[in-house]
Every structure is written in C-alpha cells, then in structure tokens.
Design a protein around this ligand. Structure first.
Ligand SMILES: [Zn+2]
Length: 429
C-alpha cells in the first residue's frame, strides 16, 4: 500500500463535494491486483490506522480525481483551431482530409502517443474517444493505452455514405471490422470498445441497423455518436430520415439508445427528446468549447436537469479548442448562463467539477470505478498545484471557501495546474 497526504477533493454519490484540508488517500491492490482507493478522508482520522503505510506528503497541493472526458477525437489533435462557418464545412475542409491520413499505422501511432501525453499533462485519465474509420487508428489507440495501463474507450468510426474517398467505409466490411475489434480489445485490461457511427447522415440504414445489432449482441460495449449539434445538420438529418419524430429518434429506431450510449452535443432538443434520453438511460456529452467555436449553440443545462437525464462534460477536440478540463469547465459556465431560467449566476464550481469527474463517470456507466476517490475506486488521480502561477497563487490564497477555491482554479487554470497525473497500476503477480 501507499498513502498520499495533501488536501483531498472527492464527491459523495449525489455529486456533493467532500474536501479535507489535510487529507489522506490510501491506495492498495484489490482482489484482482489493481490499485484502488483503500481509504480516503481527514489525515487526523486515518493516519493512526495506516501508520505502517509509507506516506508521500505534498504540502500545499490538492489531490483530486482524474478528469473524465466524455467525447474527444484523437485524430483531430492537429486540427484544433481550424476556423469554419459551421459544422458541415468544417468536416469537409479540415476534418475528413486530416482523418484520411489514419489509414497509415505509423501516423496513427505517432498521433496516439502525442494524444495520450497531452491527456496526461492535462490530468485527463479516461476519455470516450473517436478514432477514424480506419482500423489502424483503433489499433494504435488501444495499443498505446494498454501499454500505459489507462482506462480508455474508443472504436472505429462507421461512415458508409456522404463521406469522401479516404474516410468512407464499406457497409459489410465496417461491421465485420467492428466485431473483430470488439473481440480483440473490449474488456481487455482497462480498455472498452465503443460502437461509433459518426452521425446518422453519414451512415446508411443498413450500417445503422448493423451497429444496433452489435450493440445488442455486446450489451456492455459503449455506443458513441453525435446528435443535434448544428441547425443545418439537424435539417439534413430530418430530410434523410423523414419517418423519425426527431433527429434523436433516428437512433432509437436502430437500437442505438441504451445505457452506455453517449451522444455529443444534444443542443437542438425538445422535451420529448429529453424524455427519450432519460427513459433509455442514454447520456449526453456536453462540449461547450466546441459549441462556442463552431457557433453551434448552447446546451440547455436547465432542460437536462428538469427532465433528469445523464450528462457530463467533454472537450470535443478538435472542434473543441483545448485539452484542458479547466477550459471546458469555464466554457460550461459561460454556456450555463445562456438561456438560464433559474435564479443564480450559472452552474456551481463544484458541480462543473463533478460533471467532468464522477458525474461523467456515472453517465458513462462507470460510477464507483473512476472519476472519484471513494474507497473501491481505481486509483487514477491528479495532484494540483494551486500556486502554479503568480496570479493563481494570489487568487487561490484569497479563497474563503471551497467553491471560491474551485472557481479560481477553473477561471485561471490550465495544464500548469496539473503537477502530476497518477494512474492505477496492476501489481505484478
Ligand atoms: Zn465530436
């Protein structure tokens, strides 16, 4: 076992923050040999019980759960900051040309390594991740994640129509490749597979139907796609699927809404869509930097809370503009102000943080596994230096309570705050 002493942030099951100014986190192997949280709480209450355990002391630092990014595209690392009128021209002019290069295993591996280094520098320990339509991109992603012992989820993109040469796949072959990749990687070590139709307009009925059949055959895989991001896209989906009640309803028809199904954006929804999300236990990956950058609109946080469906925060790199969870939380704060109906300023800082850690994990069906530091959770965590810059030191020093402290970190923070990212290791047996 190993213990760590510093300030300690974690959450209860309802997402309320628990904070020990002088905390202790004890990590040790579980029955499978995976490092998990054995105990967490105030140093004064715990230290006598773990007196034999070696302690690493980080004075002035904050231990917090590793961040969970609910939606990101690793092959779009190089197109961050590609300006476009909106989603559809952005896909055509930047995204598809960049993604076509991932047919090459060497390029895929090089970008995957950079991508994971960048996630670690930013304190993101799990992401639900788009690859490309090329199996080589998925192989590179999982091989690197496995070597690093990360809990990561990805899958081959399905897009057999309305896509240019170089990224368009073949209906039959794409489904065979998906099943082969599920068998090769799903539930291997800490890896999980996501069945990944890009979005309804770029898949034929046959491909969507096949994806739904695989989702039923492998019920603990994830489903990962996009919906209702941009008004032109919504209009296009309505024309392509006139029999569906709404764009979201297209996915229901193909068996693509269930627990562990995650849809990015979910901006242009009505309450019937929100009810459908709740009833099917489907989750939304809210991607505010991307929505602001591409001018897509604002996620309706009040609507999601009123109806009560699952959601969490996501960077959506490269439509999104930053790998940093602090930037994403800040953008969610801005988006939360727009169209707000409840009194108050926006979303509370601790709730922004929860939606990017334990709340995101719950939305992914991984509550109690990642995103928190309660006993039994896997030992992925970050060490935050709240004095990483002169302004941060000055501002966090003035904080009167936890919400003020967390908000200072969100407003002023970036990768410089993350002093270390610690990953749960498997013990050699
Ligand atoms: Zn996306």
């Amino acid at each position: 076992m190993q213990a760590y002493r510093a300030s300690l942030l974690r959450f209860d099951d309802a997402g309320q923050p628990l904070f020990d100014e002088d905390g202790l986190l004890v990590i040790g192997p579980d029955a499978r040999g995976r490092q998990v949280v054995v105990a967490a709480g105030a140093w004064s209450a715990l230290h006598a019980s773990y007196a034999e355990v070696p302690v690493t002391h980080w004075p002035g630092r904050i231990i917090a759960p590793g961040f969970v990014d609910m939606h990101i595209h690793f092959p779009q690392t190089d197109i961050i900051g590609a300006p476009a009128e909106g989603l559809l021209p952005w896909l055509e002019n930047y995204t598809f040309p960049a993604e076509s290069r991932f047919v090459d295993a060497g390029h895929s591996a090089e970008v995957a390594e950079f991508f994971f280094d960048e996630l670690m520098r930013n304190g993101v320990t799990t992401s639900l991740t788009f690859a490309t339509s090329h199996p080589a991109s998925v192989q590179a992603f999982f091989a690197s994640a496995q070597r690093r012992q990360l809990r990561m989820i990805s899958g081959k993109v399905l897009q057999d129509r309305h896509s240019p040469d170089g990224v368009r796949d073949d209906t039959e072959e794409s489904l065979v490749e998906t099943e082969t990749l599920i068998r090769q990687w799903h539930n291997v070590d800490r890896l999980g597979y996501a069945i990944t139709p890009r979005f309804a307009p770029t898949s034929t009925d046959a491909q969507l139907r096949g994806a739904g059949e695989l989702a039923a055959k492998y019920p603990d895989t994830w489903i990962h796609s996009h919906v209702a991001e941009n008004k032109d896209e919504v209009q296009w989906a309505r024309e392509l699927f006139p029999e569906a009640r709404s764009y979201l309803d297209v996915y229901t028809g193909f068996g693509l809404m269930r627990e562990r199904a995650v849809y990015a954006h979910c901006i242009h929804f009505d309450d019937a869509d929100r009810q459908l999300m709740r009833e099917t236990k489907t989750a939304s990956a809210v991607s505010p930097t991307s929505n602001l950058f591409l001018g897509s609109g604002f996620f309706d946080f009040d609507g999601a809370d009123r109806v009560g469906y699952r959601y969490g925060l996501a960077s959506d790199v490269g439509g999104g503009t930053s790998f940093s969870p602090f930037t994403t939380m800040m953008a969610a704060y801005y988006a939360g102000r727009e169209g707000q109906t409840k009194p108050g300023v926006s979303i509370a800082p601790s709730q922004l943080w929860w939606r990017h850690t334990g709340g995101a994990a719950q939305a992914l069906g991984l509550g109690g596994v990642i995103g928190n530091l309660q006993p039994g959770c896997e030992g992925d965590f970050v060490v935050i230096n709240p004095t990483a810059t002169p302004l941060l030191a000055r501002k966090t020093g003035l904080a009167q309570n936890l919400e003020e402290l967390l908000f200072s970190l969100i407003v002023l923070g970036d990768d410089r705050l993350i002093e270390r990212t610690m990953i749960s290791q498997a013990q050699a047996t």
